[in-house]
Design a protein around this ligand. Structure first.
Ligand SMILES: Nc1ncnc2c1ncn2[C@@H]1O[C@H](COP(=O)(O)OP(=O)(O)OP(=O)(O)O)[C@@H](O)[C@H]1O
Ligand SMILES: [Mg+2]
Length: 348
């Protein structure tokens, strides 16, 4: 019964009882030929009133009040969560609309639980990854220090070498912790962008210089794709864009060709934006791995196999920075041909 309230239910029940009595009374009185209209009407009336009120009382007292309690609990839970709910007088509520409200409440709870489960999974993954990344340098340091303590300190052929290796592992740990801090700040939106106007070509050349020694060691070369004789001004946070360029160019050194390699940076005017593309002639990324390279801690199989140092956080950081600028980044790549990362910035 739709929109059943205790009164409506009691009314229909009283009606059924009265009808039933009328049929019984009529049948009996016809059989005994003693039918009396007055008796029928009076008894029907009394019966109706009695059944109606007793039914209504029972319903309200024992069932309706229980539902009301449930309703009140849900109402209070909703209010605690800071959800604005209008306080409605319960008496006017029909069971149907309460049912609707309980269903809605259940649906929001289901979504909340799903969200919590997802967070839990992410936390577990994240913890596992951090553990995995920090384990190697920590155990290395432990090994070197123990060897030094076991007499290595007096051995001039290894003491300096082991201290240098220890320092390298410590630097690795510092780099991981710094990346984690950056990503955590970016993910909790604790960074505020300091947007300024600057020349992206100048910044790119500055990063070229910053990475030059590292690039030369790996026989890699940086260049601009064209002669850009006029500055290209963009509006962005210079510090963070510098980080983007460092991470992308650093990858092009690390995952570039094992022989000599070249990384080209090009700029394209796209009405409102400038597209910056960084192209290398390196190992490339397999098509099935391309969608995953921006995930935290993701490293392609070949990178993992070749044991190139890296945490897999660099591109995740890059993506966060570009998205914080409301811009986009994409990648195209072909195995053994090379990779191009392209991102946009607002033109100044
Ligand atoms: N230019 C590239 N050419 C080929 N593969 C690349 C290139 N850039 C990134 N990749 C692949 O994507 C993965 C993720 O890159 P990302 O920069 O996030 O991590 P990483 O370089 O391994 O470590 P980190 O940058 O944190 O030191 C790399 O491990 C590598 O497999
Ligand atoms: Mg990287």
């Amino acid at each position: 019964m739709k929109n059943a309230s205790p009164s409506k239910l009691s009314f229909s029940n009283a009606l059924i009882v009265v009808l039933f009595f009328t049929i019984i009374y009529s049948t009996i009185s016809i059989l005994t030929s003693g039918f009396n209209w007055l008796i029928l009407i009076v008894v029907d009336l009394l019966l109706f009133v009695f059944v109606f009120y007793s039914f209504k009382y029972t319903l309200e007292k024992f069932i309706y009040q229980k539902i009301r309690l449930v309703y009140k609990t849900i109402y209070n839970l909703k209010r605690q969560k800071g959800v604005k709910v209008e306080k409605r007088e319960f008496k006017t509520e029909s069971i149907e609309s309460i049912n609707q409200e309980v269903l809605e409440w259940g649906e929001t709870k289901k979504l909340e639980i799903e969200e919590l489960k997802k967070n839990e999974l992410y936390r577990r993954d994240f913890l596992g990854n951090i553990y995995h990344e920090l384990k190697t340098p920590i155990f290395n340091i432990q090994g070197y220090v123990l060897t030094l303590l076991d007499g290595g300190l007096e051995d001039p052929t290894i003491n300096r070498e082991y201290l240098l290796r220890t320092e390298k592992s410590i630097n690795r740990m510092i780099a991981i912790v710094e990346d984690l801090e950056t990503i955590s700040n970016l993910e909790t939106s604790q960074i505020s962008l300091r947007i300024t106007k600057f020349d992206i070509i100048e910044l790119t050349q500055e990063v070229f210089e910053f990475l030059e020694i590292k690039a030369r060691k790996k026989k890699k070369e940086f260049c601009l794709a064209d002669k850009y004789d006029k500055p290209i001004m963009v509006k962005a946070d210079k510090k963070w864009i510098r980080q983007v360029l460092v991470n992308l160019l650093d990858n092009s050194i690390k995952y570039g060709a094992s022989k000599q390699g070249k990384t080209k940076v090009s700029f394209f005017d796209m009405d409102e934006n400038i597209l910056i593309e960084i192209t290398d002639d390196g190992s490339g990324i397999a098509p099935n791995e391309i969608p995953r390279v921006f995930e935290r801690f993701y490293r392609t199989e070949s990178a993992r196999n070749k044991e190139k140092s890296g945490t897999g956080l660099g591109l995740a950081i890059v993506k966060h920075i570009i998205e914080a600028h409301d811009q986009t980044i994409n990648v195209r790549s072909r195995i053994d041909v090379g990779t191009t990362f392209g991102f946009t910035l607002r033109k100044a």
